[in-house]
Write a protein that binds this ligand. Structure first.
Ligand SMILES: [Zn+2]
Length: 372
C-alpha cells in the first residue's frame, strides 16, 4: 500500500489540511476502484467501515489477489471533521458558508468537450482514455477559490478515472440503502444484494451534482452531446452507500459491511478468487423521484409510528406531531406504498422540517430530488 498526502488550499493562516489516499494493488493496472468515507464528516459508521476495509485490502494485497488499483480515502473531509459547535459535531455543511459538502462538485463538461475535439475516434476504448485525460486536465485547470473547493477538486481528481466509485455515507436513522444512476444499476445491483440494501434509489440527474452524480453524469452528458459521431462508453459506475444511521457505529456491522464490499469487488473481478454466492435482492431499485419525502406541516414533538425498514401502504399513519401547549396531535400519513428507509433523528420539529422518506415506484417529484 502506498499512502499519499494531498495538501488542501490553506483556509486560514497557520492551518494546513490534507487528504490522505491509500493505494492498494498493482502499480501498473487497467482497472481502478475508488472508495471514500465521510465526505459528510459526521457520518461515522462509514469511517469504521473504511478502517475495516483497509485491513482486508492489506491482506488481499499481500496475498496477490488485487487485480485492480484500489484507492481508499478513509477521511474524505478533514475540514468538516474539525467542525464542532458547542460540543456537537457538524460535518455536513461548511459552517462558514452553509454549503453542503456533497453538492455542486465541479462538472467541467464544456472544458472536456473542447479538449477532446479532434482526439476522438471510432474506438470506444481510445475515447475512454481521451476523455479521462481531458477530464484530469480540466480539473487541474480549475483554480480553487477556497478550501472547500480545493477539497472537492482533489476528490474528483482521485476518482475521475476509476471504473467503480463507492462513496460511503450514512443517514440520520436508516436501514442500509444506496443511491446510484439508472444506467449504473445493472452493475451496482450485486452490491445492493451483498450489502443487504433495503432500498436503492435511482436517478439520471437529481440536480444535486453530488460526488457520485458529478462523476457518472459526465459520461451521460458526453454521450448526449457526441451521439452518433463517436462511441462514448459509460466510463464508470458510481454509488453512494448509506450505512444505516449516524448512531449505528458497531464493529460487527462495520465488519459485515466491509466484507460485503469485498465480496462485491470479487464478484466484479477487481479481486481474484471465487466470489461469495449472490444473496437475494431485498428490495428492487426504485426511482429517486418516486420516493415520498415527508415534511412536518406543524411543529411539535415527533413520535414515529413506523419502524425503520417497514413496508407501508397508502394512508398508513407515519408520524404524530404533538403540540406541547394544546396537546393537539397531527398525524402525517403515507401517500405511497414502499419501504420507510430513513427517518428523522431529532424528536422535535418545526413546520417544514423533514420527517422521513418512503420508496415509491412511480415518479412523483421533479426538479431537485435531494435535500440542499
Ligand atoms: Zn452523507
Amino acid at each position: 500500500m502506498k499512502r499519499i498526502a494531498h495538501p488542501l488550499l490553506t483556509a486560514t493562516h497557520g492551518t494546513q489540511r490534507e487528504i490522505v489516499s491509500e493505494h492498494f494493488g498493482p502499480d501498473v493496472y487497467t482497472r481502478k476502484v475508488y472508495i471514500q468515507a465521510c465526505l459528510h464528516a459526521d457520518e461515522t459508521p462509514a469511517m469504521l467501515v473504511a478502517t475495516d476495509l483497509r485491513q482486508r485490502l492489506l491482506a488481499l494485497e499481500a496475498a496477490g489477489r488485487l487485480t485492480a488499483q484500489i484507492v481508499l480515502v478513509p477521511v474524505a473531509n478533514p475540514a468538516g471533521l474539525a467542525q464542532f459547535v458547542m460540543g456537537a459535531p457538524s460535518g455536513r455543511f461548511e459552517l462558514a458558508s452553509g454549503r453542503n459538502y456533497n453538492r455542486d462538485f465541479p462538472f467541467p463538461l464544456e472544458a472536456i468537450l473542447q479538449r477532446v475535439e479532434g482526439e476522438l475516434t471510432d474506438d470506444a476504448q481510445h475515447n475512454l482514455k481521451a476523455v479521462r485525460a481531458a477530464w484530469q486536465q480540466s480539473l487541474e485547470a480549475i483554480a480553487p477559490r477556497d478550501e472547500m473547493a480545493s477539497l472537492q477538486r482533489r476528490l474528483m481528481l482521485l476518482a475521475h478515472d476509476a471504473d467503480l466509485v463507492l462513496d460511503l455515507h450514512c443517514s440520520r436513522e436508516a436501514v442500509m440503502h444506496l443511491y446510484t444512476s439508472e444506467w449504473s444499476w445493472e452493475q451496482v445491483e450485486p452490491l445492493a444484494r451483498y450489502i443487504g440494501a433495503k432500498a436503492s434509489l435511482l436517478s439520471v440527474d437529481s440536480q444535486a451534482l453530488s460526488f457520485d452524480e458529478a462523476l457518472s453524469l459526465i459520461w451521460w452528458r458526453l454521450r448526449e452531446r457526441l451521439q452518433g459521431a463517436y462511441p462514448i462508453p459509460l466510463g464508470n459506475a458510481c454509488v453512494t452507500v448509506e450505512h444505516r444511521g449516524q448512531r449505528d457505529v458497531d464493529s460487527a456491522l462495520a465488519q459485515q459491511d466491509a466484507g460485503a464490499i469485498i465480496d462485491y469487488l470479487c464478484h466484479a473481478g477487481f479481486i481474484s478468487g471465487e466470489p461469495a454466492a449472490l444473496p437475494e435482492l431485498r428490495w428492487p431499485g426504485t426511482p429517486l423521484a418516486g420516493s415520498e419525502q415527508f415534511i412536518a406541516p406543524v411543529g411539535g414533538v415527533l413520535v414515529h409510528r413506523v419502524a425503520l425498514g417497514a413496508q407501508v401502504q397508502p394512508g398508513e399513519p407515519m408520524f404524530d406531531l404533538i403540540d406541547p401547549l394544546s396537546g393537539e396531535v397531527t398525524t402525517v400519513r403515507s401517500a405511497t406504498a414502499g419501504v420507510l428507509y430513513m427517518r428523522r433523528d431529532v424528536r422535535f420539529v418545526r413546520p417544514g422540517d423533514p420527517l422521513g422518506r418512503v420508496t415509491g415506484t412511480t415518479p412523483i417529484r421533479t426538479g431537485k430530488l435531494l435535500s440542499a
